[in-house]
Design a protein around this ligand. Structure first.
Ligand code: UDP
Length: 411
């Protein structure tokens, strides 16, 4: 296991952005947990929503007086191939893990468990299926263990869930993003529902003036003076990047000069991403207005920030989605979204705010085209989305919910 270094954050900095009642409640619950030792375990230090969350949440825990540390499990490529398969099967794909893949998964968990003394911790927060089996091989000691599931487990492949449940059953508590994701076999008294959140002060979300945002995009080959639509997400079939390309093709003739950017990150635990990247690159090679970027070619947080601010609309055409932090990230910047009616997305795009939910490529194209033609509606949707994110999906609310859960387990 490897410790991930994070920066520093002061909870007081959120006074100007997050609602007061959340910050006040956070101070009260943190007081009850002062000095507690919390280990967060995940699979990758970069790429994807979990690393995004932990990079900001850990410093906030610390500023609140809770000793938090973030570690990642180590594993060989065969382990990450197996865990991506398990992730896909838990989201409903029909391919179960082979016996050999199960053996790699369990052996890796056993090795990681042996490297850590869990006596040092009061709470262990384990994120997603990749490290879920560590508990089964650990000396649980006095620590309370929480399994935090970030993916859409509403319709898991049954054999995959039965397999994961063997490891999840030992946890003191489980956390899901939506009630609809909670598998029936879990006892209700060990389930909490907590949606994730974005950090409004991170380089990805902090305020950036138009001039800077435009300069950032110009430098990587986007013309900020022409209309732009963008999807930011790991290159993952569940995010349907080829469907976004298709929707763009249906819209481009109606919108002169339209550009499409597909911005995708390569995560350590996501070996499928290269195949998807190649498929997108091949499918878009002939169109100079389609731009494909990755974190490996230097498109990082500030560039994503600039894309989310400058695009006329953000697309998130997911067909399965745990939460989709990218939706809240866009809305925080007042940019409307056209997004798949999947998983946690309708929680963010709700009550007519933020954007439009779609169920097919044609619908996505139609809604994009309508939004690009109506600036006033686009601006109103973006503004209402911003307010919804402020109330429900900012980091202090997430840390408040997590600490409240830990407090409940401890007292
Ligand atoms: N992300 C990024 N660069 C990329 C693609 C994604 O920084 O090229 C970030 C994105 O901004 C978001 C996270 O990765 O913060 C993705 O989280 P989300 O919940 O949307 O999806 P997940 O990857 O967890 O399925």
């Amino acid at each position: 296991m490897q410790t991930v270094d994070v920066g520093e954050l002061a909870v007081s900095a959120y006074r100007t952005v997050a609602p007061d009642w959340i910050l006040d409640a956070l101070g009260t619950v943190a007081e009850r947990l002062r000095g507690a030792r919390v280990l967060h375990l995940s699979a990758t230090p970069y790429g994807g929503g979990v690393s995004e969350l932990l990079r900001s949440a850990i410093p906030l825990y610390r500023d609140l007086g809770v000793h938090a540390t973030w570690k990642i499990v180590s594993g060989a490529p065969a382990f990450f191939a197996a865990t991506k398969k398990l992730h896909n099967a838990l989201q409903g794909a029909t391919v179960p893990l082979t016996l050999a893949e199960r053996a790699v998964y369990e052996e890796t968990a056993r090795r990681n468990a042996a490297e850590e003394s869990f006596r040092d911790w009061d709470f262990v927060f384990v994120h997603d299926p990749q490290p879920a089996a560590v508990l089964s091989f650990a000396d649980k000691a006095k620590a309370k263990w929480v399994w935090r599931c970030h993916i859409d487990t509403s319709q898991p492949q049954p054999e995959a869930w039965d397999y994961a449940a063997k490891f999840v059953d030992g946890y003191d508590a489980t956390v899901f993003t939506l009630a609809a994701f909670v598998p029936r076999s879990l006892a209700a008294d060990r389930v909490d529902v907590i949606p994730p959140a974005i950090d409004p002060l991170s380089p990805k979300n902090l305020s950036l003036d138009d001039r800077t945002a435009h300069a950032v995009l110009n430098w990587i080959g986007i013309d900020p003076a022409r209309p732009l639509i963008t999807q930011v997400s790991r290159f993952d079939p569940w995010k349907d990047p080829l469907g976004v390309l298709e929707a763009y093709r249906l819209v481009r003739d109606e919108v002169p000069g339209l550009q499409l950017a597909l911005v995708g990150s390569m995560a350590l635990d996501d070996p499928e991403a290269w195949d998807v990247y190649r498929a997108i690159s091949d499918a878009s090679r002939a169109d100079p207005e389609v731009h494909v970027f990755t974190n490996l070619t230097g498109v990082g947080n500030v560039e994503v920030n600039a894309f989310q601010r400058t695009s006329k609309a953000m697309v998130q055409k997911s067909v399965r989605e745990g939460f989709g932090l990218v939706v809240s990230e866009a809305l925080w910047k007042n940019t409307p979204v056209v997004a798949g009616r999947a998983g946690g997305i309708p929680l963010q795009v709700a009550d007519g705010s933020g954007g439009v939910l779609v169920g097919s490529t044609e619908e996505c194209a139609r809604e994009l085209s309508a939004l690009l033609a109506d600036h006033a509606r686009a601006a109103a949707l973006g503004a209402s989305g911003h307010q919804r994110v402020r109330r429900h999906f900012l980091l202090p609310r997430l840390v408040l919910d997590e600490l409240t859960l830990l407090d409940g387990l401890a007292h």
